[in-house]
Design a protein around this ligand. Structure first.
Ligand code: NAP
Length: 278
């Protein structure tokens, strides 16, 4: 009999059935010949603390965390990385062998890696960024753009108070622009990001006029259903380099996989195909 332990990981959320993470991690486990499993875990808020305490005792080496638990888990971790603290949420937990729970947030990392991989020559320091949206995803976008040295971020959100709150938190490199004047912030912008849920299948489009957009700008959308949003299509027509949101989803998963299973997984076309379920 072997005493080999089979490492387990998963994604905690509610609902979680729609998550593409099990397909992604399952594919990487198979690809690298690792005898582990990655499962969806639908956990109610009232059971979250107990589940996080119990999972390591059952052979779990870590989990991803998604809506609605990303903020709450920070308070349940023994160690929180700087970037998770800055973003105010965690998407990756590592259950360490010494019993400590380590919380990280790799969303900003995934966002930046996606741009680096799919917009070669992208230079974040070359000019201002323009960001639509001030929700949970925007926090990771802002933190990571500031970290890679964008000189200025222009931020517009339908509910202005949320954008003002982010400026108060993230500092003077953020300039808040009124939602109704959001097209003005595109003038001279070199990095343009949709971090609202507009453009998702079943939602209205992000209908901002793009007349002021320079063809030299790199434009990305966090929405990945559909892959080519109307916003990205219109930017491509102007001549901009456009980057879809699927790569962010895949890149944010890689650090967790490496910490849990010991191999840094490759992100390639086959990985994209698997996540799309194609
Ligand atoms: P969230 O916290 O719920 O924020 C939603 C954002 O969209 C807010 O800024 C909200 O504005 C705005 N919004 C929603 N409906 C709107 C409307 N009708 N008109 C104008 N603005 C509207 O969601 P989130 O977690 O930040 O996620 C945002 C999007 O990013 C989602 O589509 C999500 O799937 C995607 N995402 C993708 C990745 C990836 O890996 N690619 C990762 C994270 C998130 P208000 O503040 O005014 O409500």
């Amino acid at each position: 009999m072997s005493d080999e332990k089979i490492p387990l990981a998963g994604v905690i959320g509610s609902p979680v059935a729609h998550s593409r993470s099990p397909a992604l991690h399952g594919y990487w486990l198979k690809r690298y010949g690792i005898r582990g499993h990655y499962v969806p875990l639908d956990v109610a808020q009232k059971n979250l603390a107990q589940v996080i305490e119990t999972l390591p005792k059952m052979g779990f080496v870590g989990v991803n965390v998604t809506i609605p638990h990303k903020e709450t888990v920070l308070g349940m971790a023994d160690l929180v990385t700087d970037r998770a603290a800055l973003i105010g949420a965690a998407n990756t937990l590592i259950f360490r062998q010494d019993g400590k729970v380590h919380a990280d947030n790799t969303d900003g990392y995934g966002f930046i890696e996606n741009l680096k991989a799919n917009a070669p020559g992208w230079e974040p320091r070359s000019g201002p960024a323009a960001v639509f949206g001030a929700g949970g995803a925007a926090r990771a976008v802002l933190a990571s753009l500031l970290d890679v040295g964008v000189p200025e971020i222009r931020l517009a959100n339908r509910t202005r108070a949320r954008a003002d709150a982010l400026r108060a938190e993230f500092g003077a490199r953020i300039q808040v622009v009124d939602w109704v004047q959001a097209s003005n912030m595109l003038e001279g912008a070199m990095t343009v990001v949709n971090s609202t849920s507009l453009g998702m299948t079943g939602k209205p489009e992000l209908r901002v006029p793009l007349d002021a957009l320079s063809p030299r700008a790199v434009v990305t959308d966090l929405v990945y259903t559909p892959l080519q949003t109307d916003f990205l299509k219109r930017a491509a027509e102007i001549g901009c380099t456009t980057v879809d949101g699927l790569g962010m989803l895949i890149h944010q998963a890689a650090p967790g996989f490496e910490r849990w299973f010991g191999i840094r997984p490759e992100v390639d076309e086959e990985t994209r195909r698997i996540v799309l379920g194609a």
